[in-house]
Structures are given as C-alpha cells and as structure tokens.
Write a protein that binds this ligand. Sequence first.
Ligand code: HEM
Length: 265
Amino acid sequence: MKHLPGPHNKMFSHFNTLLDFISQQVKWHKKDLDHNNPRDYIDAFLTEMENHKESDVGFTETNLAMCSLDLFLAGTETTSTTLLWALVFLIKNPDIQDKVQAEIDRVIRQNRQPTMADRPNLPYTDAVIHEIQRMANIVPLNGVRMAAKDTTLGGYFIPKGTSVMPILTSVLFDKTEWETPDTFNPGHFLDAEGRFVKREALLAFSAGKRVCLGEGLAKMELFLFLVALLQKFSFFVPDGVELSTEGVTGITRVPHPFKVCATAR
Ligand code: HEM
C-alpha cells in the first residue's frame, strides 16, 4: 500500500506516532516497576520479559508495543461504535427505548449505578443489547485468515495458503436462523415468558480459536454504559430528522455521523 499515492499513506506516520506513545509509556513504567504489584498490562508484560530473559518465546519490547496497540485498536472503537449504533436503533424505535427504561426503573431505580449483578434481572434490556449487536454488524468481514493446510469445507476444496474471509454478515442476517432478519427485533433473544435466550447464530465476536479476545470485557462495557445512559437520559433526534441504518463500511461498520438530543430523566 505504501507504494500507491493517496491519503492512506498518513496511516504509516500515525502508526509510528502511536508506537512512540507506547514506547514512552513503557519507559515510564520501567522507572518504578514493582514485580509484586503489577499496575496494568505493561507492568505484567515487563515482568514476563524478566522471567523469560533466556528463552525466545516472544516477550520482547516490540511485541509489548504491538500487543498494547492491538488492545487499544481492537478494544476502543468497537465498543464505542456499538454504542453509536445503540443510539441509532433506540432513537428509531422509541417504544423499545421506553420499555428498556421502564425495566431499568423497576429493577435498579434512579439512586444507584448499574452493576453486572443486575444483568440477569434485566432480560429485556439484555435482549435489546444483543439485537443491537446483531443489527450493528460492526465487523462484517471478520478478520482475514489463511488456510494452514489443504481443507475441504462444505464440499469446497480450500488449498493451503488460501486467504479466507469468513463474512459475519451472512450469519447475523441468515434467513434460516432469524425470524425477522432485517428488522430490529429484541424478540429474537426472548422466549414466550420474556426470559433472555442465547442464540448460536449471534457471532458478532466471531468463533473458534481466534474469537474476539475482549468479548467478556466488551459485553460488560456495553451493558454498564448503555444501562447507565438510559437510566439517566432519553435520546431522540429533532422532528423531521431520519437516522440512517445503512452505515459506512471500512474495517468496522460505523453509522453515518449524526447529532443526538439527550434529555435528563
Ligand atoms: C462490541 C465490541 C467488539 C466486537 C463486536 C469485537 C469483534 C471482534 C471480531 C469479529 C474479531 C475477529 C475474530 C476472528 O478473527 O475470528 C475480534 C478480534 C479481536 N478483538 Fe474484538 N471485538 C469487540 C471488542 C473488543 C475489546 C473490548 C477488546 C480488548 C480490549 C478486543 C480485542 C480483540 C483482539 C485482541 C482480537 C484479535 C484476536 C485474535 O486474532 O486472536 N475486542 N473482535
């Protein structure tokens, strides 16, 4: 890509700026590192570097910088983009926003913040968050992988070395899996009694050995942030403004920029 002219070339200098930032952080961490009291990921990694000085298992400073960047890149925009989609779908479906707020008011009320212990008591909210993740489809193409050996899958021969793009859109909108694949419908995750039900076809985090490393963290963030937001605010757009659910697809699929009104409840 660096041989082609165009604005994407800024990517390389931006990447170096990020690497410099991480290197600076590592330098500061080393100054007052206490192996017995790791403060964060960088401290823990530096301790492992010390423990594996003699072996060649990958605990190097370059890997520390790359892995720290990985966590930032994979871990920030994904969650914030999903929250943007949450606003789009809840604004487009005000009756669903009302139902979530009614459930939050019944279970948590207004005088304390939500915790993860509340999740089993908020099945409708939980279903809405899962449906947001399905419709948001923020990583439509998934990570590109390569066949490690000759493989036959679903009757197709995939020779060793072939690039494979396991498109998540196909399963998130599969007509044989979802009752109303193209409509925002929290009922996909609720049984007849209104209890939350898991669905195998919700593969927003992919599957298998390379499944999203941050799935647990992301789910907690989505639940806590969204419940806290809806507990305190109602979201809408001015009359006549119509939000688009089309999205702009790059590595992630983000909503078109939009302005939102929030009123305190
Ligand atoms: C709503 C939020 C998120 C979604 C939808 C999401 C989705 C994904 C997907 C689809 C993959 C590709 C898996 C594959 O190649 O099969 C992935 C990989 C990854 N995610 Fe996430 N992710 C989210 C949040 C996070 C967070 C919060 C973190 C970490 C703090 C994170 C860290 C990673 C890492 C490190 C990988 C690469 C794993 C590997 O290649 O082995 N993600 N994620």
